[in-house]
Design a protein around this ligand. Structure first.
Ligand SMILES: C[S@@+](CC[C@H](N)C(=O)[O-])C[C@H]1O[C@@H](n2cnc3c(N)ncnc32)[C@H](O)[C@@H]1O
Length: 348
């Protein structure tokens, strides 16, 4: 599936002029999209995703990996900011608020997205904040590219849920450090709860309890911290989202887990094997459904499982994970299911 919103933004990025420019990119981009833009000295790029950051660097962009952290820039320093909106409203509001502070007077914010992502509302809110009308270019399938020129700041900042601050998520007796920009940042995912409940009963199948656990796609670290309550082991948690990694490190320290938290793309640089791999995999990577992230998570699980080890994956009931796992593992078993989720155990 092509990202038509990106296709509206792409020509503007490709033809940018000589002014200081900033491009904000999340996971909704492919390597081919990145390859379609020529790096320029005056263009800085920020991504919160490690794989995107590596692809940008490889292509020669002046790229930074951060939680859309603007604090290193001078106020009113950019002539233009390019942004294809993200899925999460708090992130989009954070970036629009930052544009108001970091664009020069008469600097331009280019926002692109689909109608069902709320692009029309984002554009009206940005226009109110930047004190300017929006110049709109409509694309196919209700996509929109708006150019907003910063005049006098005319409204209060948008509600970004205190984007730059960490907050707390409570789960029973435990509390977790989290923040906007992380998967399900202000709640506990019910699929992950189901995986933990299943794991507590499932441990009986191990002759020796697992000593090394990998938490694949760890988010703020819910699975590791919960498993640690009843399974004393060494935990390695990994995710490609720098924001998630920052929070997960804090949760490891807060809950005294032994192990490490590493940023990586599908754990590709990790070689430590594990007796147990726990995972609530992402559906797909932005618009790149072809890339089939679930399959890559399964392949990683196969590569990192120690002999006799088990992978435990939780997915929505309708996801055919078993079919994708079957060619990779000698045993693929649904060990628990309810009306929303199933937990699948994988063995080499
Ligand atoms: C469904 S969430 C699960 C989060 C967490 N384990 C939990 O239970 O709350 C999937 C996680 O996979 C991460 N992810 C997505 N693409 C990834 C990639 N290429 N490499 C590593 N992690 C990735 C996301 O950032 C997200 O944190």
């Amino acid at each position: 599936m092509k990202d038509l919103a990106w296709q509206l933004l792409q020509p503007a990025l490709q033809q940018q002029g000589n002014g200081q420019a900033l491009w904000l990119v999340d996971e909704n981009i492919t390597e081919q999209d990145i390859a379609s833009i020529t790096p320029a000295k005056n263009l800085q790029v920020i991504s919160n995703r490690y794989d995107v950051y590596l692809a940008l660097q490889k292509k020669g962009f002046k790229a930074a990996l951060s939680d859309y952290d603007f604090s290193g820039f001078e106020l009113s320093s950019f002539d233009v900011i390019y942004y294809r909106v993200s899925k999460e409203k708090a992130v989009v509001h954070h970036i629009i608020n930052a544009a108001a502070r970091y664009l020069k007077p008469q600097g331009e914010l280019l926002l692109a997205g689909y109608k069902n992502e709320g692009i029309k509302t984002y554009v009206s809110k940005a226009a109110a904040l930047l004190g300017c009308p929006a110049d709109k270019q409509r694309g196919p399938q209700s996509t929109l590219l708006a150019t907003l020129t910063r005049e006098a700041i005319a409204a209060d900042p948008l509600d970004d849920k205190n984007y730059t601050e960490f907050s707390t998520v409570v789960a029973g007796d435990l509390s977790f450090i989290s923040k906007p920009g992380i998967f399900g940042w202000n709640k506990v995912d019910q699929g992950s709860v189901f995986l933990i409940d299943t794991l507590a009963n499932y441990l009986g199948i191990f002759e020796t309890l697992p000593e090394q656990v990998i938490d694949l796609g760890c988010g703020y670290g819910f699975l590791s911290v919960m498993a640690h309550q009843f399974l004393s082991a060494d935990y390695l948690a990994t995710d490609n989202n720098i924001t998630a990694i920052n929070a997960c490190k804090q949760n490891f320290a807060k809950h005294k887990l032994s192990g490490e938290v590493l940023i990586d793309n599908c754990a590709e640089a990790i070689s430590k094997q594990a007796d147990l791999i726990i995972c609530n995999p992402p559906f797909h990577q932005g618009f790149d459904i072809e890339g089939d992230l679930t399959r890559r998570f399964l392949q990683t699980c196969k590569r990192l499982l120690a002999p006799g080890g088990r992978g435990l994956f939780v997915v929505n009931s309708f996801i055919p994970l078993e079919k994708k796992a079957a060619p990779l593992f000698s045993s693929v078993e649904t060990v628990a299911s309810n009306k929303s989720f199933k937990v699948i155990a994988l063995a080499l």
